[in-house]
Design a protein around this ligand. Sequence first.
Ligand SMILES: Cc1cc2nc3c(=O)[nH]c(=O)nc-3n(C[C@H](O)[C@H](O)[C@H](O)COP(=O)(O)OP(=O)(O)OC[C@H]3O[C@@H](n4cnc5c(N)ncnc54)[C@H](O)[C@@H]3O)c2cc1C
Ligand SMILES: *[C@@H]1O[C@H](CO)[C@@H](O)[C@H](O)[C@H]1NC(C)=O
Ligand SMILES: *[C@@H]1O[C@H](CO)[C@@H](O)[C@H](O)[C@H]1NC(C)=O
Ligand SMILES: *[C@@H]1O[C@H](CO)[C@@H](O)[C@H](O)[C@H]1NC(C)=O
Ligand SMILES: *[C@@H]1O[C@H](CO)[C@@H](O)[C@H](O)[C@H]1NC(C)=O
Ligand SMILES: *[C@@H]1O[C@H](CO)[C@@H](O)[C@H](O)[C@H]1NC(C)=O
Ligand SMILES: *[C@@H]1O[C@H](CO)[C@@H](O)[C@H](O)[C@H]1NC(C)=O
Length: 509
Amino acid sequence: MHHYKLKLAAFLAWAATVTCRGVPAPSHEAREDCPAGSVNYTQLAKKLSRTAQIYLSGSDAFDAAVARWSNLSTPVANVVVVPSTEHDVVETVNFANWHSLPFLTTNGVHGSITTLGKMIHGIEIHMSQLNSIAIAKNGKTATIGGGVMSKNLTDALWAAGKQTVTGTCECVSYLGPGLGGGHGWLQGRYGLVSDQFVSMNVVLANGNLITVDKNSELFWAMKGAGHNFGIVTSMTSKIYDIQHPNYAMETLIFSGDQVEAVYKVANEQWLTNGKTMPVDLINWSYWYFDPTTDPDKPVIAMYLIQEGVNAVDAAYTKPFLKLGPITTQALSGTYRDLAAWTGISLDATPCQKTGNANPRFPIYLKSYNTTAQGLVYDLFRQATTNASSPFSNSLFMFEGYSQQGVKAIREDASAFAYREDNLLVAPLLTYTPNGPGLDEVASKLGNQIRQILYEGSGETSLNTYVNYAYGDETPLAWYGSDAWRQNRLHALKRNFDPMGKFSFYAPIA
Ligand SMILES: Cc1cc2nc3c(=O)[nH]c(=O)nc-3n(C[C@H](O)[C@H](O)[C@H](O)COP(=O)(O)OP(=O)(O)OC[C@H]3O[C@@H](n4cnc5c(N)ncnc54)[C@H](O)[C@@H]3O)c2cc1C
Ligand SMILES: *[C@@H]1O[C@H](CO)[C@@H](O)[C@H](O)[C@H]1NC(C)=O
Ligand SMILES: *[C@@H]1O[C@H](CO)[C@@H](O)[C@H](O)[C@H]1NC(C)=O
Ligand SMILES: *[C@@H]1O[C@H](CO)[C@@H](O)[C@H](O)[C@H]1NC(C)=O
Ligand SMILES: *[C@@H]1O[C@H](CO)[C@@H](O)[C@H](O)[C@H]1NC(C)=O
Ligand SMILES: *[C@@H]1O[C@H](CO)[C@@H](O)[C@H](O)[C@H]1NC(C)=O
Ligand SMILES: *[C@@H]1O[C@H](CO)[C@@H](O)[C@H](O)[C@H]1NC(C)=O
């Protein structure tokens, strides 16, 4: 009964708030248009620094801040707070807790897991103003604000002759990927994004600001399950001198008829018989329907990306060239060109907010099962090529990063559970939303494709990347099915977030 009353109170507060309208305004400007009885954000504004912002629902700034990359099962907020100091974050969490309002950290807004849709009111805490980057005098670490984007970090470090592991997409935040592990071009050398973490400043569910590092029990969890535990206002990462500025990429476009042959070669080259991906090579492939190249079926675009060279070694390309690709293209440049070459730079589609739903259905694999590749190709072909299909702009992603740096670190070193795997595979089913019926069709198709890959893998548990997850997977699939992992995460969750304030993104429990 008591519990029910609390819930009701929270609901009434929310119901009153939605009638509030506002324009973007400096935080200290009073907003008398919030009716009495609602949550009064002027009182929060008074506690925040001068350059913090509060956007009330109904304003253009609010609409711009809440728009997301994937328009499927999105979180709903009544207000967006844009802190400009870490103390602003503390005050906002305290205010939200006082008023029993849910809150959610937002950053590069590329998070697309459907569990985010469980947020139906409350405060989005948008990190964009916490964007400082400072390189330490000894040149070995950098302190990075909680709202820094990948490209900004790469550019700032590059200007100083430095680099570190970041996600590959320019418009995704640095920390969004990192908190779930974090894959990037440099992981073959140095490990995951989160393997670089040295310390972090974190605002906990109760509003306390703490610093965590290797001596803190929470540090382990922040490196793979970090979304569940706090708001990172800033963190310190290892950085490195740039060793191999040059990169080359060879793109080979194959007909879908060759799907089994192509992945047989990929396996033979790198993935089976004890072989591993060379540390200087990354190989990705995408499947997509491009009627100008093939009007009947999706193409296979294979990207062979090599560091430290101006042309990809013939030894890497030859086995694939022998299969007879439709076209080949060679590119050369630097590390900073990789995002543009692979279609994830600031001006590319994945950096626009199109209003499309963009669910992915990820699975980690050790190698390709060519039979399974053939089966899922056929499903993907049906889904992308027939005239009545809403999924014709979909993309099937096969990401084969080099792994040495990831595997050099002990399996139990962090909450990221999948160092043993080699490939991150996911269909991305892009479509214009048209109600729950179509969402259901997409979910069925994505899961059907993933199930085939899972059955072909011979694994006994589904391994998924929490940062690509659709949302219907279990915590075992996001964080590893080993009992010790689950127990450790649950114990930490009970200690640090017993009320589940940080449970909109892939909740542990
Ligand atoms: C086009 C594209 C490319 C991608 N490329 C990569 C890649 O190369 N490598 C990779 O590993 N992943 C990649 N991803 C997946 C990416 O890791 C996730 O989508 C991630 O959630 C995006 O973070 P964001 O800050 O952009 O999104 P948001 O939606 O803003 O954040 C996602 C969640 O992260 C948490 N969060 C973000 N910032 C903080 C913070 N400062 N403190 C606490 N919690 C925080 C919140 O729980 C939030 O709900 C890619 C995704 C897309 C769409
Ligand atoms: C909101 O709080 C401010 C500051 O305490 C106060 O001046 C204002 O009257 C309040 N507004 C409403 C509608 O209660
Ligand atoms: C981040 O990079 C973008 C694009 O390059 C730029 O517009 C923006 O000003 C940068 N932000 C900061 C804080 O440097
Ligand atoms: C790419 O690299 C991975 C190694 O990580 C390899 O297994 C795969 O076969 C290669 N080829 C393709 C098409 O992904
Ligand atoms: C998101 O999709 C809904 C339909 O489900 C649509 O009404 C809305 O306009 C879309 N949002 C954006 C930003 O395009
Ligand atoms: C067309 O696409 C839909 C949606 O993926 C699929 O269910 C159907 O089987 C496809 N039809 C044909 C003839 O391939
Ligand atoms: C590959 O996948 C097929 C289809 O699921 C399965 O029958 C086969 O056993 C798998 N092969 C291997 C080597 O696991």
